[in-house]
Design a protein. Structure first.
Length: 215
């Protein structure tokens, strides 16, 4: 059975400032760096063989810190990027106009192809995240990969594995440097394919980020 660990990157400057990141980027805060070290401490004895990360700066930095603890190389995969939030990227969430807020809400109200202008739909996000996860099945037998990605991207992946719509990610709290795990199993009795073992574990963090609670 393949076990895949899923980690959201550490807190960033824009997470702390409540600004929309999407595929734009801001650096980890000191707290974010500390969170990534705590993930490293948590997973160093788990036999992680591959660290595969979104190619954005905040995830790469988080992945490097975890890789130092695990002693494995970091592989970048752009399919693990955050949802492209188009013209709203870099904006402070408290300054959106009513029209802009309506664009954002299209993503979370079930509109199948809802997207922010110049952005991506949840369906498109779901397809590329599942494609990246499926690629883990091509790793050598005995591999145990750890993927570093983003809040909406990982929430969408976990939600859709559970058979929920992609926008159900809004009901799943995946804080910075939380750890989730999905397993690929073959079972005649239970569901075959991907199953969710853990979602959003922050028990390894001494001070979980508050950003998801503030939003
Ligand atoms: O601001 C964003 O883009 C998302 O809400 C969270 O994305 P992140 O996980 O990359 O911080």
């Amino acid at each position: 059975m393949l076990q895949v660990y899923l980690v959201r990157h550490g807190e960033t400057q824009w997470n702390a400032e409540r600004r929309i990141q999407g595929q734009s980027d801001s650096p980890l805060t000191q707290k974010g760096e500390d969170q990534a070290k705590q993930v490293g401490d948590r997973v160093r004895s788990l036999g992680i063989t591959h660290i595969i990360t979104s190619d954005l700066g905040r995830t790469r930095r988080t992945a490097e810190i975890i890789a130092d603890a695990c002693g494995c190389e970091v592989i970048a995969d752009s399919r693990l990027r955050e949802l492209n939030m188009g013209v709203l990227e870099q904006r402070h969430i408290d300054t959106l106009t009513a029209e802009e807020e309506a664009w954002r809400r299209q993503l979370v109200n079930g509109t199948p192809d809802g997207r922010i202008p110049e952005g991506e739909s949840m369906q498109e996000l779901s397809e590329r995240m599942h494609s990246a996860l499926q690629s883990c099945l091509e790793l050598p037998p005995g591999s145990r990969p750890l993927l570093v990605s983003h809040g909406i991207a990982l929430g969408c992946l976990v939600s859709t594995i559970l058979g929920l719509p992609a926008y159900a990610e809004r009901r799943l709290r995946l804080r910075n440097c939380s750890i989730s795990r999905v397993d690929h199993q073959q079972s005649a009795w239970l569901a075959s394919g991907w199953v969710v073992e853990t979602a959003g574990d922050v028990s390894h963090l001494d001070a979980p980020a508050l950003d998801e609670l503030q939003r």
